[in-house]
Design a protein around this ligand. Sequence first.
Ligand code: CDT
Length: 309
Amino acid sequence: MKRPFPLAVAQLGPIHLRDSKAAVVARLIELLKEAHARHAHFVVFPELALTTFFPRYWMTDEAEIDRYFEASMPNADVQPLFDLARQYGIGFYLGYAELTPERERFNTSIIVDRQGHIVGRYRKVHLPGHDDHKPAAPFQHLEKKYFQVGNEGFKVWDTMDTRMGMCICNDRRWPETFRVMGLQSAEVVVLGYNTPSHNIHWSEPPHLRMFHHLLLLQAHAHENALWVGAAAKCGAEDGFHMIAGSAIVSPTGEVVAQSASEEDELIFHHCDLALGDTFRQHVFNFAKHRRPEHYQLIVDRVGAGKPLG
Ligand code: CDT
């Protein structure tokens, strides 16, 4: 029997330095209205969805850095989004920069249910980039400077008649991210991303950025028998270009919806949660087929080392 989960992914075009949070929230609300018109139950917004991708800038002034962070969630800027989503009965995923009362900084996302409650919080574990200033590079990728490594792991929540997990951007490149959630019987994993089109470390053909993004989402969706909803912030933010390619991927590993622009754009699919059941019962029946006694190295070693043979 089908288990419908009408899922929308709300891609954001560029957010420039001059754009206010209130203006961004107004854009999120427009996308939410479209999700409502399409009868979505859940909408996925991007990583760091309230500001430009500020880790591209070297900053040392604490007050300047704080401007990009949220000291509480929800807060006055995002309250209109929470209110309208609750009124529509739409749940959502939202990425933002979190400043804790102890002044810890995390790259964070939340899942809000259809009644407007924050049911889950995730703090990004795989932080890409560097923490030093690279003045010769065309732009910085300072996630290791501005954020601490997430300290709450990869959780899955029973919510909205499904089991839902989440991660953020670079996490989607790591099989461990999805397997840890697959082992909690996740049926849907949602994420947002900001992926620069240019590699500052070595010369890489730009088309590979999109290829790797989709390749990995498709592989992880299938090998864990779950749906994936992935929302880009994309296009040229003050001249710094990031890939689009927001996508909904089914447990078959197929892309069932993909954005066609580098602007604000809503994509939608009538997901059937039951589609993953076949894979969970057969080819990816973890209890039956996994052999963790042969996977010990995965937790014992961080970096690649000598062969065991
Ligand atoms: N935001 C984020 O995590 N971006 C990284 C860029 C790394 S460069 C391949 C990403 O994995 O998309």
